[in-house]
Design a protein around this ligand. Structure first.
Ligand SMILES: [Zn+2]
Ligand SMILES: [Zn+2]
Length: 138
């Protein structure tokens, strides 16, 4: 379980009611929410949560390394609290579901790096989830 709230408490992150609700929204497995989805879910718990607070908090958590940003084909940046172990993503082309999957990180041989210093590696496995396969037209 990616327990973002617990990690933040351990590092002494300043918790206000709004920041706590935002962190709770991002605590769990296989979470890849857009900023707007975080805002909607946080407002379900605490209606006064402000858009600017959500955006500022997400930015701060990315800077702290407690969230990573990822994108899928659907465009918007998604926030991923599973930062404890390297993982890759399994993305459904039908419904857009995104799951975290453990897998070895690929490496890039020096002769293929073109002089780059590599900061990040992202691997996406694409396909169709069981429910989309079941409902796909024959
Ligand atoms: Zn699907
Ligand atoms: Zn993920």
């Amino acid at each position: 379980v990616s327990d973002l709230l617990l990690r933040l408490c351990e590092r002494g992150w300043r918790l206000t009611a709004q920041r706590r609700v935002i962190a709770e929204t991002l605590t769990g497995d296989h979470l890849h929410l857009t900023a707007d989805e975080v805002l909607a879910a946080a407002r379900d718990r605490l209606p006064e949560v402000g858009r600017a607070t959500v955006y500022a908090t997400l930015r701060e958590l990315v800077e702290l390394g407690e969230l990573t940003e990822m994108t899928t084909d659907r465009g918007a940046v998604r926030y991923d609290p599973n930062v404890a172990a390297p993982h890759h993503h399994l993305v459904c082309a039908g419904c857009g579901e995104v799951l975290d999957v453990p897998s070895e990180l690929p490496t890039l041989a020096a002769e293929h790096r073109h002089g780059f210093e590599i900061d990040a590696v992202e691997v996406t496995f694409r396909g169709r989830c069981p429910s989309c396969r079941e409902h796909a037209p024959a």
